[in-house]
Design a protein around this ligand. Structure first.
Ligand SMILES: [Zn+2]
Length: 349
């Protein structure tokens, strides 16, 4: 039975975020998921951070980038309809929609996005694909002639004060679709993230060989944490401080134990969308970051009850033990922030 712990919201708060942190077996080496041990100093003001949100779309990828100035990029869109989720996240337009490669777990949700949300630029690797999902995406693009097409050749794109550097691909026709995943390095001041779709050993080796793999703050585990989604050379170059695995129920055994232990050895912390839901990394210009899980925004005057068990959020009740019990749990913390990013309630158990 869930034990409720209550927090009544002061009426003056306009915007509240609830961050639920779950420590799991493979993140125990991290003293705290926050860079700063004092939650009161976690930066949460939207004007000062680059938000990189790994949406929980089951087995697939959908990574939302929100620049401090409000510009938005969506890299992949999962398999199903993610429009309601994007609306919930406050997305009203997308400056850059990027398809890493034309597999359904990356582009399935893109048609719905193109039909519902204004998009300025669309980028992919230019490779045709034979599936009905891909044909639907092309039809949706054809119906939006105002969208500017960009091919994924090496270039740097501005997203407000953040930049996206597109890394070189293996030549067309020389690699399987996964190994032609559009790979970008996102930078905001001293914070950086490497996102590379479903790259496997061949592409990761190619990138390492070209000398274009930078040391980064954040790595999206290539190919959903598959054991062909990392090489030691690649990890030694990227040296990520945290890794996020976008993964759901699947028959491939993702994430694989070899990948999990490689990430545990390389990075301070690893987060997974299948265990933690949406994983949001707030990158600061000074290179620091904070991780927010299960971010919820509560209307002013609202009431919130935090349960320590599992259950479904209903807008008033929130559950800290989402998804499943975590083995060897060290306890969880729910933090309530006001619009300025100051922690007003910290609830631990
Ligand atoms: Zn995939």
């Amino acid at each position: 039975m869930a034990k409720p712990g209550g927090a009544q919201l002061p009426h003056s708060l306009r915007r509240i975020a609830l961050a639920v942190l779950a420590l799991s077996a493979f993140t125990l080496q991290a003293a705290s998921p926050f860079e700063s041990p004092d939650p009161a100093h976690v930066p949460f003001h939207p004007d000062t951070v680059l938000r990189v949100t790994f949406l929980d779309v089951g087995q697939g990828d959908a990574v939302l980038l929100q620049a401090p100035e409000g510009q938005t990029a969506l890299i992949d869109a999962g398999r199903g309809d993610i429009v309601p989720l994007l609306r919930e996240m406050g997305v009203t337009r997308i400056d850059l929609l990027l398809a890493t490669h034309p597999h359904a777990d990356h582009i399935g949700g893109m048609t719905g996005v193109l039909e519902s949300i204004p998009v300025r630029f669309f980028m992919d690797n230019g490779d045709p694909h034979s599936t009905a999902t891909y044909r639907r995406l092309l039809a949706a693009l054809d119906a939006r002639p105002e969208i500017t097409y960009l091919e994924a050749v090496p270039r740097t794109i501005s997203l407000g004060s953040a930049t996206l550097e597109v890394l070189p691909l293996l030549p067309r026709g020389t690699a399987e679709p996964n190994d032609r995943s559009v790979t970008v390095v996102v930078r905001y001041g001293g914070f950086s993230a490497l996102l590379s779709g479903d790259s496997e050993v061949r592409q990761l080796t190619h990138l390492a060989g070209l000398g274009v793999v930078p040391e980064v703050t954040l790595l999206k585990a290539p190919h959903h944490g598959s054991d062909n989604g990392f090489t030691w050379d690649f990890l030694r170059l990227a040296r990520p401080r945290l890794v996020v695995i976008s993964v759901g129920r699947n028959s491939y055994g993702h994430p694989r134990p070899a990948a999990l232990s490689a990430y545990a050895e390389t990075a301070r912390e690893t987060w997974r969308t299948d265990l933690h839901g949406h994983v949001q990394v707030l990158g600061r210009a000074d290179g620091g970051y904070a991780v927010v899980l299960g971010d919820e925004v509560i209307a002013g005057g609202g009431r919130i009850v935090v349960h320590s068990g599992t259950g479904r959020h209903d807008g008033e009740r929130y559950y800290m033990g989402q998804r499943r019990a975590v083995w060897n749990n060290d306890g969880d913390t729910a933090t309530l922030y006001d619009a300025e990013g100051t922690a007003v309630v910290v609830f631990s158990y």
